[in-house]
Design a protein around this ligand. Structure first.
Ligand SMILES: C[S@@+](CC[C@H](N)C(=O)[O-])C[C@H]1O[C@@H](n2cnc3c(N)ncnc32)[C@H](O)[C@@H]1O
Length: 211
């Protein structure tokens, strides 16, 4: 989906997430467990947090209310507009993360860099290129947390695809643990993968894991 598609989806996005989460169906089965899991990994008070593909800001709003300073990147103007309603003092950049991070953030470092349900718009090679760039933007002891549609194995992904039928999005490139962790390892990055639901996982990468 391109940025115009996300602009159009912005009004219904939160509603669609709730409905898919409640039906325990692809694409958002486990969405709120993902949000809770990511929340538990973060000490929000006073933390500098970068949210890549912030969308309507569901996760970052919770962290913001607990005292975090939120910086959000998204290429959809309408999604950013929604996020600004609940994160009024946030910092937002309209930017396509396939080009990395906005130039304004060149010198910036964060305690946490999070991205939920967004980087499946990049292929695995470009996901890893982005992750490598993010290491330059972490403060000491910082952490990258990626949560997305993801499967332990290719076989599990194919089962989900079969069940999802017409709603499966062939344009999106989902993580499989078996392939993605191997690719990260080849680049000297170790990560922890936790499956949260039939189609979602949380992946944590801490600074010391880059060799
Ligand atoms: C499915 S939504 C997820 C939003 C939010 N992170 C959440 O968990 O609810 C994906 C978001 O990523 C943004 N996005 C997708 N591809 C992008 C890109 N290449 N550059 C910047 N933002 C992108 C979309 O505009 C959208 O807001």
């Amino acid at each position: 989906m391109n940025k115009k598609g996300f602009d159009r989806w912005s009004d219904d996005y939160d509603k669609d997430v709730i409905s898919s989460n409640n039906l325990k169906s692809y694409p958002f089965d486990g969405y709120f467990n993902v949000i809770t899991t990511v929340n538990k990994l973060i000490k929000p008070s006073g933390a500098d947090i970068l949210d890549i593909g912030i969308g309507s800001g569901k996760l970052s709003t919770i962290l913001y209310k607990k005292g975090a300073k939120i910086c959000g990147v998204d290429f959809s103007r309408a999604m950013i507009k929604k996020a600004k309603r609940t994160i009024p003092y946030g910092e937002f950049y309209l930017f396509d993360f396939k080009d990395g991070l906005p130039p304004e953030l060149k010198e910036r470092k964060f305690n946490y860099i999070i991205s939920t349900y967004a980087i499946h718009h990049l292929n695995d090679t470009n996901k890893i290129k982005l992750i490598k760039k993010l290491f330059n933007h972490l403060k000491p002891y910082g952490m990258i947390i990626i949560a997305d549609i993801a499967f332990e194995t290719e076989a599990k992904m194919l089962r989900c695809k079969k069940k999802a039928g017409d709603i499966w999005d062939d344009d999106e490139i989902y993580i499989t643990k078996e392939t993605f962790l191997k690719l990260l390892n080849l680049k000297g990055i170790t990560a922890k993968y936790t499956q949260i639901s039939s189609c979602a996982a949380v992946i944590t990468i801490s600074q010391k894991s880059l060799k």
